[in-house]
Ligand binder design. Structure first.
Ligand code: CS2
Length: 480
């Protein structure tokens, strides 16, 4: 059994949807810290579809290691907070039973931007999504369907309170989740809609900002875990040492003492200004991260750390962060924006971490929807062109939907992009129409002037490469 310092939880008060590396290195570690104070805060870890991690954890008594990697060295923590794992598509009844159990006080989620089944055109629940349609007809496979059907059982049963905690990189993630579940409820047959609708008045959906850079597991992670633990772990998680969590303290049935530091992480911040932390993080970190990933991949870089070490990419990242993202954020009281920004560059420069451009660049149509239209609209309304936000969109398109005959390189080609086929349809046509198709996916109805600037930068990128495009965005490119 993997050695741990986490005290055994006194029950399973949390059902978590999404057994990703991010959950396992973030919420799980903060929960391990909280359990030093005791409590019924064990976690049933539910993988939506794939059994790999769930079954490997089950074969290890639900334990795994988090390997914290920094240039100074490695450190291991075994956050033994899971009391079981399940796979929703394989055992839906068991998962629904757990969601509905009276002992469940928190249902948390890390299902990625894609997992919320949002229609980008409306920002609401995608009622045409095949999974959503099936869930409305009686199954429970999507995140929203699982949560709603679990809550419906609670409503029809004991009616005990619960909170739903989104831990994904969505602006207002709790509010968004509440809205999607309500939209699902409203689309149910009248009896169910009424029962769930009134129970939902008792459920809270705290907003939260989550932050820890967590790459994919590799053979090197497994080797490091085995070396540090003295025993094999099939599913360890690599992570940076940094971790941050800011949440609203609105829990209908209690919560772990996540404000406790321990297991290598500082305590979470409970605040009424989660929105400030979310904007700061989604824009400065995630928004800039996307630009680094796309430009880096186009320049042939596999790793984020190597990308940001390139002067052109570093320069563009500084500009997008300071000129385009930071001015749109009301920095929360007590946060030093300059120190925050400087620390981001240190975090991104962690070469030992092995964070890949393809990981950050994947699902761009969904991630950029959270990261670009909001700040871009702010600048454009003030009559200012956010050149480096335009460069971010151009670099995304150059990676995932380049014109035929232009090769974005292996790292861009390896990026997952749910809209790849849709974008391929316009990639061979005129660039302005192609860019418009890309911007439509991001939503936000940005003015034509922005689309025109994206088009210019896209053309420079695919014809002349990263250095020229960065110079063009900065206004320092000499006429070709
Ligand atoms: C990244 C995030 O992949 C991405 O889009 O920007 O996963 C980022 O590493 C985390 O949000 C850091 O907290």
């Amino acid at each position: 059994m993997l050695p741990t310092e986490t005290p055994a939880p006194d029950g399973t008060g949390i059902v978590h949807l999404g057994l990703s590396n991010f959950h396992r290195a973030h919420q799980a570690v903060h929960t391990a810290a909280a359990l030093a104070g005791g409590g019924p805060w064990g976690i049933l870890g539910v993988a939506p579809r794939s059994a790999g991690i769930a079954d490997a954890m089950a074969a290890q008594e639900d334990r795994y290691a988090v390997v914290e990697i920094s240039p100074e060295g490695e450190r291991v923590v075994v956050p033994a907070v899971h009391t079981g794992t399940a796979v929703a598509v394989r055992e839906p009844e068991r998962v629904l039973g757990a969601l509905a159990a009276e002992s469940t006080r928190i249902v948390s989620l890390t299902v990625t931007e894609q997992g919320y089944t949002i229609d980008p055109r409306t920002g609401g629940l995608d009622l045409d999504h095949p999974g959503v349609r099936a869930d409305l007809a009686g199954s429970a496979t999507t995140a929203v369907g699982l949560v709603a059907r679990g809550l419906l059982r609670r409503a029809r049963g004991h009616g005990a309170p619960v909170s739903v905690l989104s831990c994904d990189n969505l602006l207002g993630n709790g509010d968004v989740t509440a809205r999607l579940v309500r939209e699902f409820a409203a689309a149910l047959p009248p009896g169910d809609a009424a029962a769930l609708g009134s129970y939902l008045d008792t459920v809270t959906f705290p907003n939260s900002m989550v932050d820890r850079i967590v790459p994919a597991t590799t053979d090197a992670t497994r080797a490091a875990a085995a070396r540090l633990l003295g025993t094999a772990d099939a599913v360890p998680v690599p992570s940076e040492p940094f971790s941050m969590w800011a949440l609203e303290d609105r829990f209908a049935a209690g919560r772990p003492a996540w404000d406790r530091a321990g297991a290598g992480v500082p305590g979470a911040v409970f605040t009424d200004d989660v929105a400030g932390y979310e904007l700061l993080k989604l824009r400065l970190l995630n928004g800039t991260h996307s630009l680094i990933a796309y430009l880096g991949a186009l320049a042939g870089e596999d790793l984020i750390a190597r990308s940001v070490a390139r002067p052109a990419v570093r320069g563009a990242a500084e500009r997008v962060l300071h000129d385009d993202h930071l001015p749109t954020v009301a920095v929360p009281a007590g946060v030093d924006a300059d120190a925050y920004a400087a620390r981001l560059f240190t975090r991104w420069s962690n070469t030992a971490l092995g964070h890949r451009t393809r990981q950050v660049g994947s699902d761009g149509s969904l991630k950029l929807a959270q990261r670009i239209p909001g700040p871009a609209a702010r600048h454009l309304a003030d009559g200012r062109m956010p050149h480096h936000l335009a460069l971010t969109v151009a670099a995304w398109l150059a990676c995932v939907a380049p014109p035929p005959g232009s090769d974005p390189g292996p790292h861009a080609a390896a990026m997952a992009e749910p809209a790849r086929d849709r974008l391929a349809a316009t990639a061979g046509g005129p660039a302005p129409a192609h860019v418009r198709a890309g911007l439509e996916l991001l939503g936000g109805e940005l003015p034509d002037a922005f689309a025109a600037r994206v088009t210019e930068l896209f053309e420079v990128l695919v014809r002349h490469g990263v250095d020229d495009a960065v110079a063009e965005a900065a206004g320092t490119r000499s006429a070709a």
